[in-house]
Design a protein around this ligand. Structure first.
Ligand code: ATP
Length: 385
């Protein structure tokens, strides 16, 4: 990660977004956040994604001023805010528990920040904000008379009306049921696009992060494993944790046999496969060959599959799960490992059955190679899509 953040601290003044440098937070002997570097560009929708306990809430709380870093610095729009009092930071937080005032109606809940700062124009600004979150008709109701999703939109409006530089969202949709959560993800994304403020969203739900954010930082055990656009992280993971936590991956033991300028050749249990150099993240002789289940093609023995390059014979289907849009196969390979294959149900061909002999294939440009020193099971089952 270091090369992504090689700018000197003198550049901090020119960076208009949120910047964390070498931020560490220790609780007694436990390091919750470990030497974290992070750049959140101004106006972006940024997600901190990771399993429970990885340190994402602690990171957010340090940005909000609710925790003080043990070391490191936090700057916002060029200003050092590391030790600034929470209420003096241009930052607002929306929590999972909406924390609305139960005795005030929706209008007054949203107006609260303006009234406290003795602002004029309260009527007009609150009116605009209620329009933005589509709650104009609910203005005179009390929070208890609204649904969970509506209450969360009130919380959002109440934070946005203060025009913070950064809005922090701490698992804001965690209390909602799945259907409402999906609707709110789209809604919050629309609002962020409309207001153009920087949103930093903390979640353990990768589908939520991928739906909403333009940049995701995947966090594990207090450090950032990888940061990038959702499709970039999914298509070209650099660590076994990212490969398994963001969706699912087949990871196969391999030995590097040749490295050319644009391609790495790997022996995978006696079968030679190639991987583009830009997708190889292993320097040593050994590596994990990675391939997403939906990128693997399955066919009868000898069938010509639409994927020249990496073809692996000798598979036997051991499990078939028909899940409507796709069929998910488990295929035992000659070396004993079961690989996952997801096939779209296009109706173009018959389904395979348990016991069928098959061959697998994939296009080399979809494979990736990961460092063998990592646990191939890291992140698996912690957040499958
Ligand atoms: P979750 O999604 O469960 O909230 P998280 O990724 O947000 O998880 P944090 O809340 O940041 O994780 O906690 C990171 C680690 O730091 C956890 O192991 C937690 O137990 C520990 N921790 C957090 N706050 C404190 C505290 N005040 N004192 C001691 N340990 C703490």
């Amino acid at each position: 990660m270091a090369d992504q953040f090689s700018k000197s601290s003198s550049d901090d003044k020119d960076f208009t977004g949120l910047r964390l440098r070498q931020v560490t937070k220790e609780f007694a002997t436990f390091t919750a956040v470990d030497n974290l570097d992070l750049d959140v560009p101004s106006g972006s929708f940024f997600a901190l994604l990771g399993p429970s306990g990885c340190g994402k809430t602690t990171t957010l709380r340090m940005v909000a001023g609710l925790e003080t870093p043990t070391s490191g610095s936090i700057t916002l729009a060029g200003q050092d805010i590391t030790y600034e009092k929470p209420y003096r930071r241009p930052v607002n937080t929306v929590f999972q528990s909406y924390a609305l005032f139960p005795h005030l109606d929706i209008f007054e809940n949203v107006a609260f920040g303006l009234r406290r700062r003795k602002k004029a124009q309260v009527e007009a600004e609150v009116g605009q904000m209620l329009e933005l979150v589509e709650l104009t008709s609910q203005a005179r109701k009390k929070p208890a008379q609204l649904s969970g999703g509506q209450q969360q939109r009130v919380a959002l409006a109440r934070a946005l009306i203060n025009q913070p530089e950064v809005l922090l969202l701490d698992e804001p949709l965690g209390a909602l049921d799945l259907k409402l959560r999906r609707a709110m993800q789209i809604e919050i994304k629309r609002i962020q696009t409309e207001v153009g403020l920087t949103f930093v969203h903390v979640t353990h739900d990768q589908e939520e992060a991928m739906t909403m954010a333009d940049t995701i930082a995947v966090m594990n055990k207090g450090v950032i494993e990888q940061m990038g656009a959702p499709d970039e992280l999914y298509e070209n993971p650099r660590t076994t944790f990212v490969a398994n936590f963001l969706g699912q991956s087949n990871l196969i033991d391999g030995t590097v046999t040749a490295r050319a300028a644009d391609v790495v050749t790997v022996d995978m249990h006696g079968i030679s496969v190639s991987i583009p150099t830009g997708r190889s993240h292993a320097d040593g002789d050994k590596g994990w060959v990675g391939i997403r289940p939906e990128k693997v093609l399955i066919g009868d023995v000898g069938e010509a599959l639409d994927a020249p390059g990496n073809t692996i014979p000798g598979g036997v289907v051991t499990d078939v799960s028909f899940v409507g849009v796709s069929t998910q196969y488990l295929v035992r390979m000659p070396w004993g490992q079961e690989l996952q294959v997801f096939e779209q149900n296009t109706g173009r061909r018959r389904l395979f059955a348990t016991g069928d002999k098959v061959e697998l294939s994939w296009r080399p440009e979809y494979a990736f190679l990961l460092d063998h020193d990592q646990d191939a099971g890291a992140g698996a089952g912690e957040g499958a899509l």
